[in-house]
Design a protein around this ligand. Structure first.
Ligand code: DAH
Length: 355
């Protein structure tokens, strides 16, 4: 009778088509309520001699079935692996996929490059809304009401909201205010984004981009500002000895203020970066005015710092030889194919910003 059971169980083991089916066979034979286990339970009712003989036979059967289960398990696992390898086979000799057609806009690429450099220097990225109120865009930045510097910004005003004068931000500097209001020093952020002014000609578009920088700490000084911007420009333009000139200037929110020019050569419509005696302005900067710190809840007797703001289009044009500002926003596919970047060339200091 045990021989019949053995034959039956062995054929079930061999018929199990996969691991779950095999496990079911195991449970039915050797599990708590399994058939062999059932016979084992009956041993107690037998005479000692019968029990010994029957017990040995059952143990032998149990061992044999367990061995068959193990062997079948190995076979099934191997078959499973083989099927997977077969199914997931990759033909490495196939030609590579065609390059993607889409391109990254030079503005996005340039901002990503800038962020990559500043991130390496320990800056984080901050953001603010395009629709701002008068307080963040002007008042907190030490533009008193009626100050002439407000008029220079060609502001797009929007209908008031909650008694607040609303506008499209004219620069990224309001992100300085938001950052200082919401964070305690030390602060080290850059804020790239869109800005708006009511102006349109060869060198101005009503929407353009800036990147703002802000560093606030107890001993941050003008030397840090210079070092930071010199390092940035040399990395960004990939010119090791690029000369920078810091020229005194005026902004309500910085004191002292400076504009930064980079060395270049203008010859016959061509522009070369380097120490050639010509200069081109690329950004404004300075030490954050104590009035600004105080308006943002920072103790100006304890903290100080620097800020800068740079036009993204301006430096993108310089770096990539794009002659006309307005083409950035014409959405001309031919232009984008020419000046755009392959999506997988993600800017990274380690492998070069643009390969
Ligand atoms: N917000 C200024 C502008 O748009 C640029 C600027 C100048 C930003 C000096 C700064 C700064 O942070 O320190 O004209």
């Amino acid at each position: 009778m045990l021989d019949a059971l053995k034959d039956e169980l062995l054929s079930l083991v061999n018929a199990a088509a996969d691991l779950p089916a095999l496990d079911e066979v195991r449970v039915n034979a050797l599990g708590k309520k399994g058939r062999i286990t059932g016979f084992m339970k009956e041993l107690g009712g037998l005479s000692p001699d019968e029990r010994k003989e029957r017990g040995q036979a059952l143990n032998a059967l149990k061992d044999e079935i367990a061995a068959a289960l193990d062997a079948r398990k190995l076979d099934l696992a191997a078959a499973h692996m083989k099927a997977r390898l077969e199914a997931e086979r990759v033909d490495v000799t196939l030609p590579v996929r065609p390059e993607t057609e889409g391109r990254i806009h030079p503005i996005s690429q340039t901002m990503d490059e800038m962020i990559a450099i500043f991130a390496e220097m320990g800056f984080s990225v901050a953001e603010g809304p395009d629709v701002e109120d008068d307080f963040h865009n002007f008042t907190a930045l030490n533009f008193p009401v009626g100050h002439p510097a407000r008029d220079m910004h060609d502001t797009f005003y929007l209908p008031d909201a909650d008694d607040k004068k609303m506008l499209l931000r004219t620069h990224t500097s309001p992100v300085q205010v938001r950052t200082m209001l919401n964070n305690k020093p030390p602060i080290r952020i850059v804020a790239p984004g869109r800005t708006y002014r009511s102006d349109y000609d060869m060198t101005h578009t009503p929407m353009f981009h800036q990147i703002e920088g802000l560093v606030i700490d107890e001993a941050t000084n003008m030397g840090h500002l210079k070092g930071c911007l010199v390092e940035f420009c040399r990395a960004f333009f990939d010119v090791d000895d690029l000369p920078l000139r810091f020229r005194p200037s005026f902004f309500p929110f910085t004191e002292p203020s400076a504009e930064v020019d980079i060395g270049c050569l203008r010859k016959g419509g061509e522009l070369k970066l380097g120490n050639y005696g010509d200069w081109l302005e690329i950004l404004g900067c300075g030490m954050v005015h104590p009035n600004v710190l105080e308006a943002c809840g920072i103790d100006s007797t304890k903290y100080q710092g620097f800020a800068f703001g740079m036009g993204v289009e301006r430096v993108a044009m310089l770096k990539y030889g794009i002659p006309d500002l307005r083409t950035f926003f014409e959405a001309d596919l031919r232009w984008l194919k020419h000046y755009g970047f392959v999506p997988l060339d993600i800017p990274n200091i380690a492998h070069g910003l643009t390969r």
